[in-house]
Ligand binder design. Structure first.
Ligand code: GLN
Length: 451
């Protein structure tokens, strides 16, 4: 699948050249953060360009200046490497088990019933209504499904639509580092000015002074992700109140990515929009994927007051226009799941978390136990590696476990180089096997650097 994708990209590059279009000035060719002979999977690498066209001279990849500093996403990169090295994939956050039958059957039924043409751009009315109902149950906020809910192709598109629709070039946007990779890339597409505030272990608390200093009269928005990927932090009421007071003081918006809202362990998830005076300046973003183990369906949404929904919908209309119709119908069924579904979900994920957290401790990691999400961050320095990238390379090649090197989620990669992120959205046997592999190769040893 990946091969086919890179092949078509490459073919396109060659065709463009055959047509004699002027090529852009050669961009900096970024080497992989995991570069080495075995770690050269770049999208449209020079060698794959050549393989489509015999022995033509290599062509530099073409990309706009807005995106040239970005690499293949670390999630894609690590999943490709996991396949290559037959490693257990605790890197990219997708469940290795399927979503519930009742939702899959609803999708099949919707297809059979002929719900297969474009949906209404901002969502089929039934889904907008189901999202509004769910939002009311979760936050106590009553919203108009027709004017305040937009269905998008996954939360990533909701994030992009919010930023593209509501942020102007040069506006300042505050991100907490480590941040999910799409935030930075999307803000670059918008030409926003990015300010980061770093959350540091062990508890990844919001540093009040730094946050106050990051806000200014130019702050258009702050991006908040709670529960937080990759740290597993759940923002506390006090932290959210601080953010709310700064947003109000500086007349800034808040974008809140809450896709892990159902995955908390003994901590309460609070939507920033539910705080006094915040709904009118907040775009709340969510999706189906994590809660219902259907990450490939890409059903997301944005809830915001009508004046902000206008910008979100305008961007969404020209990004994807509409989202897959049968999956929207199935999402209506999903959102009507009984409370017992969510209880079981938490019980199941708590036991997965415990297997991985306890296992990692036994292996010798310093573990920062998550309060939410299906990720756990750990400090790998007991094993003697110079960086997260080197550690992850050893882990995948020598131990047979894939994880994510978190330095890519920081503006200063050094802030994350002692950390590693593992995903526990895997069946229990897989988690145990991964721990066993690590015990064999890592436990009780300080591993010498291999190069
Ligand atoms: N959200 C997933 C993670 O953090 C990755 C999704 C993706 O590959 N873009 O692992």
């Amino acid at each position: 699948m990946y091969g086919a994708r890179s092949m078509s990209l490459c073919t396109k590059l060659v065709r463009v050249n055959e047509l004699g279009w002027k090529q852009q000035a050669s961009p900096t060719v970024h080497t992989s953060s995991l570069s080495s002979a075995a770690f050269t999977h770049r999208r449209c690498s020079v060698s794959s360009v050549m393989s489509t066209n015999g022995s033509v001279p290599s062509l530099p990849p073409q990309i706009s200046r807005r995106l040239e500093r970005f690499k293949t996403t670390i999630f894609t990169e690590m999943s490709i490497l996991a396949v290559k090295h037959q490693a257990i994939n605790l890197g990219q956050g997708f469940p290795n088990f399927d979503g519930p039958d009742f939702i899959k059957e609803a999708a099949i039924e919707a297809i059979k019933q002929g719900n297969n043409q474009y949906a209404r751009g901002f969502g089929i009315p039934q889904l907008n209504a189901a999202i509004a109902e769910r939002f009311y149950k979760d936050t106590g906020l009553l919203v108009d499904p027709e004017r305040e809910v937009t269905v998008t192709s996954g939360c990533t598109e909701a994030i992009a639509a919010s930023m593209i629709g509501l942020v102007n070039p040069g506006d300042e946007v505050i991100l907490f580092a480590p941040f999910y990779d799409s935030y930075l890339a999307t803000l670059s597409m918008v030409d926003a000015t990015i300010k980061t505030v770093t959350l540091r272990p062990p508890d990844f608390a919001v540093p009040e002074k730094e946050l106050r200093e990051a806000f200014s009269s130019k702050t258009r928005a702050i991006m908040v992700n709670t529960p937080h990927n990759p740290t597993g932090k759940v923002f506390s009421l006090q932290e959210l109140q601080l953010i709310a007071s700064l947003c109000k003081q500086h007349d800034s918006l808040a974008f809140t990515d809450e896709v892990y809202h159902r995955l908390t362990f003994g901590a309460e998830h609070i939507s920033l929009a539910s705080l006094d005076g915040m709904y009118e300046r907040t775009v709340t973003l969510n999706s189906l994927g994590k809660t219902f183990s259907l990450t490939g369906w890409k059903i997301g949404w944005a809830v915001a007051p009508p004046n902000l929904t206008w910008g979100v919908r305008q961007a969404h209309a020209f990004l994807t226009f509409a989202t897959a119709t049968p999956f929207q119908w199935a999402a209506v069924s999903a959102l009507k799941a009984p409370d017992s579904f969510y209880k079981d979900l938490i019980a199941d994920y708590s036991s997965k978390k415990d297997i991985l957290v306890e296992g990692l401790k036994e292996v010798g990691f310093k573990v920062f136990e998550p309060k939410g999400t299906y990720f756990v961050m750990a400090d790998h320095t007991p094993f003697g590696f110079a960086s997260d990238v080197e550690f992850c390379k050893f882990l995948i090649e020598e131990v047979g476990v894939a994880a994510i090197p978190p330095s890519v989620f920081y503006t200063d990669p050094d802030d994350g180089k002692h950390l590693v992120r593992f995903a526990f959205c895997k069946d229990e046997d897989t988690l145990r096997q991964a721990v066993d592999r690590m015990k064999v190769k890592l436990k009780g040893k300080v591993v010498a650097r291999t190069h």
